[in-house]
Design a protein around this ligand. Structure first.
Ligand code: HAM
Length: 538
């Protein structure tokens, strides 16, 4: 490979990580518009913005979303967070050392084992004594096992005992490696896969139960799930969400949250959105628990007709079978019992009232008894909105009620409901329906020639920008023909032509690029001229 090709290869290596992508102008203008509309609409419903960290303790998600869910089970990006880089280095040294390789360099083997384990043990002991690392059972075990196995290993290496085969050596070193790996240097943290859990954590952490209830919060930002990327499904994606916490669980709250959502979609110009709703009751024998038992026994009867995922879910999370998109399972699922027939009286009344309240608000909905959602914290109202143009990933928003989640996370009993819009999908759907255009291009391109004209051009750019017009001031002198071509390419509406004549006469030339019309104006009239034109065209 030539140097040049090698360099090219090297350069090619850097690409956005699988499932992540760059959002570029002009599309980012649409993202801004969509977010700005959320700020505006949500504010009119009394919501305030919350900005949350992207990193959270992994336990927060495990406890709220549920250990058996796909998100927690296999999709989180997580790592151990700690400040003890030295111990980590020593730990890594042990983990990456291959004892067979060590034995090949006989004389060094014992020293290496001794040094590596000793460095790690000393650092760990000191950190535990200082209280910087918790004395967990795993830590205690490592402090006991590592020296013991190390001594056995050293003895074997010293005698060069033939009875110590490579395999035995690997096993012995493997025990040390595992003990070392088990030591937790810090907390496991994860890139947030969603934000409802974080909002609840923040509600508790900042004692928001002492504020007038309910507390209404919204957020925007990136979420992370290690899903298989496809159209509308990314590993880093963006949500616009809102949560309403505390106060009452009155059905009017559910209906108003949904009304706000539909108002928002209407305002951003989303077409063909369909709202699906359901109630999954609450966790009691006479309600969802009873239903799940019922569902489970119905599923057991048809188990051999289901795929492996659904078969597994019969034991881990039977409700999730209803979520299956597998074509071969649809006919079987249609025969399963419906939750609506098993709701307790309170949940039934709540659901009926939510529907009535939606009708009062003029919100159209469709009921979908299979809408159970993929996160464990939901109870009663669940909803999802689909939009056209998205292929199989057509849910543009999901949400529901989650009374009790705050309590589950160590806070006071608190009612809660909310939703999250998949912003990537919303943008895709807007673009597909032709509603994604955003005005781009500059207002004015300043074509200048000559030193004196350049000074006037700088002044013009400053005045235009402070009046709110976008102005492009080329850094180098160009012939007017070339400058006008450039102005066209950038989609500029006007070209301001400044040459020696214009400067000496004190009259500037402004050209409307769409019509080719040109006129002369005194400098102070420029802004007024553009404002008038803007008003005429809007
Ligand atoms: P979710 O249904 O997991 O709910 O996500 C909400 C929306 O985020 C989905 O409807 C979809 O539009 C979008 N989304 C999810 N995963 C991806 C992905 N990999 N790529 C692109 N978009 C995606 C929640 O996250 C809950 N926290 C919603 C909620 C708030 N419930 C109550 N409050």
């Amino acid at each position: 490979m030539s140097d040049a090709t090698a360099k090219k290869e090297e350069r090619r290596k850097f690409q956005a990580i699988r499932g992540t992508r760059d959002l570029l102008p002009p599309e980012t203008a649409l993202w801004n518009r969509v977010e700005q509309t959320a700020h505006e609409v949500f504010t009119t419903f009394g919501y305030g913005e919350i900005r949350l960290p992207v990193l959270e303790n992994i336990e927060l998600f495990a406890r709220s979303i549920g250990g058996e869910t796909d998100i927690v089970g296999k999709e989180m990006f997580s790592f151990e967070e700690f400040g003890w880089t030295a111990i980590d280095t020593f730990r890594r040294e042990i983990i990456t050392t291959n004892p067979i390789e060590l034995r090949k360099i006989q004389t060094l083997a014992s020293d290496s084992v001794k040094v590596k384990t000793e460095r790690f043990l000393t650092a760990l002991n000191e950190a535990v004594d200082r209280g910087e690392i918790k004395r967990t059972p795993e830590t205690v075990q490592a402090l006991a096992i590592v020296p013991q196995k190390r001594d056995e290993l050293l003895a074997a290496l010293a005698t060069g005992d033939i009875k110590w085969s490579d395999k035995e050596l690997t096993i012995l070193w493997g025990v040390i490696q595992q003990a070392v790996k088990n030591v937790r240097l810090g907390d496991q943290v994860a890139l947030r896969p969603e934000a409802t859990a974080s909002v609840c954590r923040a509600y508790i952490e900042h004692n928001m139960q002492q504020l007038p209830q309910p507390v209404k919060l919204y957020y925007t930002g990136p979420m992370f799930r290690r899903e298989r990327p496809q159209k509308g499904r990314y590993r880093q994606f963006y949500q616009i969400g809102a949560e309403i916490l505390g106060g009452t669980d009155a059905p009017a709250i559910d209906a108003e949250v949904i009304e706000m959502l539909m108002t928002y979609f209407d305002r951003v110009g989303l077409q063909g959105a369909t709202l699906y709703i359901n109630s999954i009751g609450h966790n009691a024998d006479n309600c969802r628990r009873g239903y799940v038992a019922n569902l489970k026994s119905a599923l057991e009867k048809v188990k051999d007709k289901l795929g492996p995922d659904s078969q597994r879910r019969i034991d881990t999370n039977p409700l999730r079978v209803l979520d299956s998109k597998l074509e071969s399972e649809q006919a079987i699922i249609a025969t399963l019992p419906h939750i609506a027939d098993h709701l307790c009286d309170e949940c039934k009344t709540h659901y009926a009232e939510v529907k009535r309240q939606l009708e009062v608000r003029g919100v159209l909905y469709q009921e979908n008894w299979r809408l159970v959602r993929g996160l464990d914290y939901y109870m009663r109202t669940t909803f999802e909105i689909t939009a056209p143009g998205l292929g199989s990933q057509n849910a543009v928003c999901g949400g529901g009620r989650y009374d009790g989640l705050v309590e589950l996370l160590g806070g006071p009993p608190t009612k809660g409901i909310g939703f999250a819009i998949g912003e990537d999908r919303l943008i895709l759907s807007l673009q597909e329906s032709g509603k994604g255009q955003v005005q781009q291009g500059r207002d004015v391109y300043i074509a200048w020639m000559g030193e004196r004209a350049y000074a006037a051009a700088i002044r013009a750019a400053k005045d235009l920008r402070s009046a709110g017009f976008s102005a492009e001031l080329p850094p180098l002198e160009q012939k007017f023909g070339k400058a006008l071509g450039q102005a066209d390419k950038l989609g500029a509406k006007y070209a301001l032509i400044l040459g020696d004549n214009e400067v000496s006469e004190g009259l500037w030339t402004i050209k409307t690029l769409s019509t080719g019309e040109q006129q002369k104006l005194p400098e102070p009239d420029l802004i007024e001229f553009l404002r008038t034109q803007k008003n005429v065209s809007s």
